[in-house]
Design a protein around this ligand. Structure first.
Ligand code: C5P
Length: 408
């Protein structure tokens, strides 16, 4: 549970996206959050307070003068123990008010009365594209950012009014991911991280190919963890069933050759390269342009294989390589094999995991191996392991002297 015991004030303002707030409450509660809903008066035109009350299990407040508060100070009482105020949807009017410190209803007063050091402010704008693009709204957004608010989205697409453009509220799952990220350390802020993930698919003919059982879960979890830590993340992914983590730029490829090409196109600006992909060691020496035919009497075809490029070793051998981190899935003598790959590929860190633990599971026990140390990361979810690896990478970056030196 990513939000255990977190106290979240969910503000709902007047916009059609308010119907998604119910789904958002469910997502927040699934992750262990206590949710206190506060509505503006216009939000009640879109959503009945009873819906939010049923889903949060708490009375819903919408009035500065609510007599249920014994001291008559709902704006203080509701903000004091909150870890975050999340306003979703945040209307143009509401953003304009709080950008200027206005406080003429309960929700805007709560925002102004919060203790900024301990209560984060996250705003998920939702409005018509013209309203979003108005200089006045853009000014308010800039002002709110400068004041420390996190602006979530908005997304681009079809709008309830029938127009198309920027201004849609981002989806509840994406809001949840941003809220979880808000509580993580920003140890990679300003860094660019390039990650490979998943299997590769090496075609034999237009329908068949060589692949492997990598699920991509570890690489995707690392991409999410790096993004949570404030990095700009590019994920070059082989074929998987996974959705791209929110806020991560995903480049989809099939073969090792394509993966190498896309990695080399992005690596120049990367501070860190993490090779998690289970790259096929071999590809077909030649790919048949036509489907290979099965003939009843004939012998099966013989496959001629060629070696695939080693993407990690290629990147580590660049004149000015980023900090390189590899993964080693081993059946035995984990640390020994990981350390030998560390030196043969010329990388700073290898993360070792054991087969079959490494494949498909949602959890893993890992060992971070460098030239002199081996640190076990006790069994945990791949997301948690991703966060630990990100922290280790951030430590390493902080002490990195010469980016060109192998093994740094
Ligand atoms: O040599 P081995 O495949 O065991 O090394 C694993 C590490 O090297 C992983 O980090 C994997 O992503 C990377 N690798 C690569 N290109 C290859 C083979 C492995 O980047 N062709």
């Amino acid at each position: 549970m990513e939000l255990s015991n977190r106290k979240i004030v969910l503000g709902v303002t007047g916009g059609i996206a308010a119907y998604k707030s119910c789904e958002l409450v469910r997502r927040l509660r699934e992750q262990g959050a206590h949710v206190q809903a506060v509505m503006t008066h216009s939000a009640r035109n879109f959503l009945a307070p009873a819906s939010l009350q049923a889903l949060t299990g708490m009375p819903v407040f919408d009035d500065l003068w609510d007599t249920r508060m014994s001291d008559g100070m709902a704006h203080i009482a509701l903000s004091r123990d909150a870890d975050a105020i999340l306003v979703a949807p945040a209307s143009a009017n509401f953003l304009a008010k709080i950008a200027n410190g206005l406080c003429d209803d309960l929700l805007s007063t709560l925002v102004l009365a919060r203790r900024s050091a301990q209560c984060k402010l996250l705003l998920a704008p939702a409005m018509n594209v013209e309203m979003w693009e108005q200089p006045a709204t853009q000014r308010n957004i800039e002002r709110l950012r400068a004041d420390g608010a996190l602006i979530l989205g908005p997304a681009h697409g079809d709008q309830a009014c029938g127009e198309v453009g920027a201004g849609r509220m981002i989806e509840p799952d994406e809001i949840l991911a941003d809220l979880v990220a808000a509580f993580q350390s920003k140890c990679l802020r300003g860094r660019r991280v390039l990650i490979t993930a998943g299997p590769t698919f090496e075609p034999l003919d237009p329908v068949r190919g060589i692949t492997n059982r990598s699920s991509g879960k570890m690489g995707y979890a690392l991409a999410r963890a790096a993004r949570e830590a404030g990095a700009d993340v590019t994920l070059v992914s082989g074929p998987t069933m996974l959705a791209a983590p929110h806020g991560v730029r995903r480049v989809e490829v099939d073969s090792a050759a394509q993966m190498l090409e896309r990695v080399l196109a992005a690596v120049e600006t990367a501070d860190v390269f993490i090779a998690v992909a289970a790259v096929a060691d071999w590809r077909a020496a030649s790919i048949s342009p036509l489907k290979l035919k099965k003939r009843a009497s004939a012998e099966p075809p013989t496959l001629q294989l060629a070696n695939n490029p080693d993407i990690l070793a290629t990147v580590a051998a660049l004149p000015l390589p980023p900090l390189c981190v590899g993964f080693a899935a081993e059946s035995e003598r984990l640390i020994e094999h990981a350390r030998s790959k560390l030196s043969s590929k010329g990388v700073a860190m290898m993360v070792a995991n054991s087969i079959p633990d490494a494949l498909g599971s949602d959890e893993a026990e890992l060992v971070i191996v460098d030239a002199t140390t081996a640190r076990t990361l006790p069994r945990a979810s791949k997301l948690e392991q991703g966060r630990r690896i990100v922290a280790a990478i951030a430590d390493r970056l902080a002490t990195r002297v010469d980016p060109g030196e192998p093994g740094t």
